[in-house]
Design a protein around this ligand. Structure first.
Ligand SMILES: [Zn+2]
Length: 210
Protein backbone atom coordinates (compact mmCIF):
# COMPACT_ATOMS: atom_id res chain seq x y z
CA UNK A 1 0.00 0.00 0.00
CA UNK A 2 1.40 3.42 -0.92
CA UNK A 3 1.68 5.65 2.17
CA UNK A 4 -0.54 8.71 1.96
CA UNK A 5 0.63 12.15 3.06
CA UNK A 6 -2.70 12.73 4.83
CA UNK A 7 -1.60 10.02 7.25
CA UNK A 8 0.45 12.67 9.11
CA UNK A 9 -2.74 14.30 10.31
CA UNK A 10 -4.42 11.15 11.63
CA UNK A 11 -3.17 11.58 15.20
CA UNK A 12 -4.48 15.16 15.33
CA UNK A 13 -7.72 13.86 13.80
CA UNK A 14 -8.11 11.33 16.60
CA UNK A 15 -7.18 13.89 19.25
CA UNK A 16 -9.76 16.33 17.84
CA UNK A 17 -7.07 18.94 17.20
CA UNK A 18 -7.95 19.65 13.56
CA UNK A 19 -10.10 22.63 12.60
CA UNK A 20 -13.70 21.68 11.78
CA UNK A 21 -13.29 22.03 7.99
CA UNK A 22 -10.07 19.90 7.91
CA UNK A 23 -11.67 17.32 10.17
CA UNK A 24 -14.61 16.96 7.79
CA UNK A 25 -12.31 16.83 4.75
CA UNK A 26 -10.17 14.08 6.30
CA UNK A 27 -13.28 12.06 7.19
CA UNK A 28 -14.38 12.20 3.55
CA UNK A 29 -10.81 11.30 2.51
CA UNK A 30 -10.82 8.27 4.81
CA UNK A 31 -13.82 6.84 3.00
CA UNK A 32 -11.83 6.40 -0.18
CA UNK A 33 -8.18 6.04 1.05
CA UNK A 34 -7.25 2.48 2.13
CA UNK A 35 -3.80 3.52 3.42
CA UNK A 36 -5.22 6.12 5.81
CA UNK A 37 -8.05 3.84 6.92
CA UNK A 38 -5.75 1.01 7.90
CA UNK A 39 -3.38 3.42 9.65
CA UNK A 40 -6.32 4.86 11.58
CA UNK A 41 -7.37 1.35 12.58
CA UNK A 42 -3.83 0.75 13.90
CA UNK A 43 -3.92 3.96 15.91
CA UNK A 44 -7.29 3.02 17.38
CA UNK A 45 -6.05 -0.41 18.39
CA UNK A 46 -2.98 1.09 20.00
CA UNK A 47 -5.09 3.59 21.96
CA UNK A 48 -7.43 0.82 23.07
CA UNK A 49 -4.48 -1.19 24.39
CA UNK A 50 -3.05 1.84 26.17
CA UNK A 51 -6.42 2.52 27.79
CA UNK A 52 -6.58 -1.09 28.98
CA UNK A 53 -3.32 -0.79 30.96
CA UNK A 54 -4.21 -0.27 34.61
CA UNK A 55 -2.67 2.79 36.27
CA UNK A 56 -1.01 1.77 39.49
CA UNK A 57 -0.92 4.30 42.29
CA UNK A 58 2.32 3.82 44.24
CA UNK A 59 0.73 5.50 47.28
CA UNK A 60 2.49 6.77 50.38
CA UNK A 61 4.41 3.50 50.80
CA UNK A 62 6.69 4.42 47.88
CA UNK A 63 7.43 7.89 49.29
CA UNK A 64 8.29 6.27 52.61
CA UNK A 65 10.56 3.74 50.87
CA UNK A 66 12.38 6.44 48.89
CA UNK A 67 12.86 8.53 52.04
CA UNK A 68 14.06 5.43 53.84
CA UNK A 69 16.68 4.94 51.12
CA UNK A 70 18.02 8.43 51.82
CA UNK A 71 17.92 8.14 55.60
CA UNK A 72 16.03 5.36 57.40
CA UNK A 73 13.11 6.74 59.44
CA UNK A 74 14.46 5.50 62.78
CA UNK A 75 17.80 7.19 62.11
CA UNK A 76 16.01 10.29 60.85
CA UNK A 77 13.98 10.55 64.07
CA UNK A 78 17.08 9.95 66.21
CA UNK A 79 19.13 12.56 64.32
CA UNK A 80 16.35 15.14 64.38
CA UNK A 81 16.01 14.76 68.13
CA UNK A 82 19.82 14.79 68.63
CA UNK A 83 20.18 17.97 66.55
CA UNK A 84 17.26 19.56 68.38
CA UNK A 85 18.76 18.81 71.81
CA UNK A 86 22.27 19.89 70.77
CA UNK A 87 20.94 23.13 69.35
CA UNK A 88 18.99 23.81 72.56
CA UNK A 89 22.02 23.01 74.72
CA UNK A 90 24.43 25.12 72.65
CA UNK A 91 22.10 28.10 72.44
CA UNK A 92 21.36 27.93 76.19
CA UNK A 93 25.09 27.82 76.96
CA UNK A 94 25.78 30.75 74.60
CA UNK A 95 22.93 32.78 76.10
CA UNK A 96 24.29 32.04 79.59
CA UNK A 97 27.80 33.11 78.57
CA UNK A 98 26.50 36.25 76.87
CA UNK A 99 24.35 37.27 79.86
CA UNK A 100 27.21 36.57 82.32
CA UNK A 101 29.54 38.63 80.19
CA UNK A 102 27.07 41.52 79.93
CA UNK A 103 26.41 41.40 83.69
CA UNK A 104 30.10 42.00 84.48
CA UNK A 105 30.70 45.52 85.82
CA UNK A 106 33.32 46.42 83.20
CA UNK A 107 31.29 45.23 80.23
CA UNK A 108 28.71 47.98 80.20
CA UNK A 109 31.34 50.75 80.07
CA UNK A 110 33.33 48.81 77.44
CA UNK A 111 30.24 48.31 75.30
CA UNK A 112 29.27 51.97 75.58
CA UNK A 113 32.66 53.17 74.41
CA UNK A 114 32.70 50.47 71.73
CA UNK A 115 29.28 51.47 70.43
CA UNK A 116 30.24 55.13 70.51
CA UNK A 117 33.39 54.31 68.50
CA UNK A 118 31.43 52.19 66.04
CA UNK A 119 28.71 54.80 65.69
CA UNK A 120 31.30 57.46 64.99
CA UNK A 121 33.12 55.22 62.52
CA UNK A 122 30.00 54.15 60.62
CA UNK A 123 28.73 57.73 60.43
CA UNK A 124 32.01 58.99 59.04
CA UNK A 125 32.11 56.06 56.59
CA UNK A 126 28.57 56.92 55.46
CA UNK A 127 29.61 60.52 54.87
CA UNK A 128 32.72 59.23 53.08
CA UNK A 129 30.60 56.99 50.83
CA UNK A 130 28.24 59.82 50.01
CA UNK A 131 31.20 62.01 49.23
CA UNK A 132 32.77 59.28 47.08
CA UNK A 133 29.59 58.76 45.10
CA UNK A 134 29.30 62.49 44.50
CA UNK A 135 32.95 62.66 43.42
CA UNK A 136 32.46 59.58 41.21
CA UNK A 137 29.42 61.15 39.55
CA UNK A 138 31.50 64.21 38.79
CA UNK A 139 34.28 62.07 37.26
CA UNK A 140 31.95 59.85 35.29
CA UNK A 141 33.86 60.46 32.06
CA UNK A 142 36.80 58.24 33.04
CA UNK A 143 35.67 54.63 33.64
CA UNK A 144 38.81 53.19 35.27
CA UNK A 145 39.37 56.35 37.30
CA UNK A 146 35.85 55.88 38.65
CA UNK A 147 36.57 52.28 39.76
CA UNK A 148 39.85 53.41 41.33
CA UNK A 149 38.15 56.17 43.28
CA UNK A 150 35.44 53.79 44.52
CA UNK A 151 38.03 51.16 45.53
CA UNK A 152 40.17 53.71 47.34
CA UNK A 153 37.24 55.17 49.27
CA UNK A 154 35.56 51.82 50.00
CA UNK A 155 38.61 50.37 51.76
CA UNK A 156 37.98 52.11 55.14
CA UNK A 157 34.33 51.00 54.92
CA UNK A 158 35.39 47.36 54.48
CA UNK A 159 37.74 47.77 57.43
CA UNK A 160 34.91 49.22 59.54
CA UNK A 161 32.68 46.25 58.74
CA UNK A 162 35.54 43.90 59.57
CA UNK A 163 36.03 45.54 62.99
CA UNK A 164 33.36 43.48 64.85
CA UNK A 165 35.20 40.37 63.63
CA UNK A 166 38.08 41.33 65.90
CA UNK A 167 35.94 40.38 68.90
CA UNK A 168 36.58 36.73 69.91
CA UNK A 169 32.93 36.39 70.95
CA UNK A 170 31.64 37.39 67.51
CA UNK A 171 34.19 35.15 65.76
CA UNK A 172 33.31 32.25 68.09
CA UNK A 173 29.57 32.50 67.55
CA UNK A 174 29.93 33.03 63.78
CA UNK A 175 32.31 30.08 63.42
CA UNK A 176 30.02 27.85 65.47
CA UNK A 177 27.04 28.85 63.31
CA UNK A 178 29.05 28.24 60.12
CA UNK A 179 30.25 24.81 61.30
CA UNK A 180 26.71 23.82 62.37
CA UNK A 181 25.31 24.94 59.00
CA UNK A 182 28.06 23.06 57.10
CA UNK A 183 27.47 19.87 59.11
CA UNK A 184 23.72 20.13 58.58
CA UNK A 185 24.20 20.60 54.83
CA UNK A 186 26.64 17.69 54.66
CA UNK A 187 24.17 15.53 56.56
CA UNK A 188 21.31 16.49 54.23
CA UNK A 189 23.36 15.78 51.09
CA UNK A 190 22.39 12.40 49.59
CA UNK A 191 26.01 11.73 48.59
CA UNK A 192 27.52 12.46 51.97
CA UNK A 193 29.64 9.96 53.84
CA UNK A 194 27.10 9.68 56.68
CA UNK A 195 24.28 8.90 54.25
CA UNK A 196 26.45 6.30 52.50
CA UNK A 197 27.29 4.64 55.80
CA UNK A 198 23.62 4.69 56.80
CA UNK A 199 22.63 3.17 53.45
CA UNK A 200 25.21 0.41 53.56
CA UNK A 201 23.77 -3.07 53.77
CA UNK A 202 20.31 -2.07 52.60
CA UNK A 203 19.00 -3.61 49.42
CA UNK A 204 18.15 -1.53 46.39
CA UNK A 205 14.67 -0.31 45.59
CA UNK A 206 13.90 -2.67 42.75
CA UNK A 207 10.50 -1.49 41.62
CA UNK A 208 9.47 2.10 41.25
CA UNK A 209 5.71 1.88 41.01
CA UNK A 210 5.01 4.24 38.12
ZN1 LIG B 1 -4.93 8.96 2.67
Amino acid sequence: MIPCRDGDRLQDYLDGLLPESEHRALRTHLERCDACRSELALYERLLERLDAIPIRDPGVALTERILDRVVPSRVRARWTSAIGWSYTAVSSALTFVLISWMARPGTSAWLESRFADLYFQYTSEAIFTLHTLTAALLQVGDGWGLLGVIGERALPLVRAFALPLASPMVVGISSLAAVTAALLLAWLSPHSLTSRILRKGERNVEVVGF
